[in-house]
Design a protein around this ligand. Sequence first.
Ligand code: ZN
Ligand code: FE
Length: 254
Amino acid sequence: MLDIVQLAVLNDNYIYLIHDPVSTQTAVIDPAITEPVLTTLEEKGWSLNYILNTHHHWDHIGANLELKKITQCKIVAANTDCSRIPGIDLLLSHGDKIKLGNEVATVLETPGHTLGHIIYHFANSHALFCGDTLFSMGCGRLFEGTAEQMWQSLQLIKQLPKQTHIYCAHEYTQTNGEFALTLEPNNPQLQQRIQQVKVLRSKQQSTIPSPLLQELQTNPFLRENSLEIQQSINMTNKTEIEIFSKIRQLKDAF
Ligand code: ZN
Ligand code: FE
């Protein structure tokens, strides 16, 4: 099982350090900034082997070159983003595996937020590092991809084991929950999750990771089949992609 350390940085970003205690290999997912990564490595006595990037936005790659220079780590990122992510050593495509000691991640391409977005599923540790594709009770904005691409990407996540923990890259949970409640005010699991999130956030604690099962029960972007959502937006006879697209538009304006 991976040791996972979550670092809250910038306004609402999360950087994750992951460590295989058997092999002592360590990676960092989406290092926005350098200093807290170095501090954590030092505290833990870990040395950095890899940077794993999910996509090219600055708040996910900002520390790539500096960390590589200091630690001589290798940078791993999507083949599609080879010209947009600095310092790449290893290019990945859909279905590729990346090993961190004894732990293996399967790479899934999830276009939508950006066209080159990828996510890392460490099945043995029940951990999904999904960048800005899925958030707790939300999903990434469509900066480059279409609603259909994002919907397809989310279907890949939906099919993972329900106990998978969703390690997303931002703490957007509370606002996402407020939006979700406008669509599904009578969903008891959503009400319960929002109460839990309020308590955590009032103490400045993280709401992440969230188990996939909880997302399936509360995240409107995974719940096009909810009759209450369909009725809230007057779309009872539309396709899942049409409903998803409408929910995304409503969230953009929320
Ligand atoms: Zn992003
Ligand atoms: Fe981001």
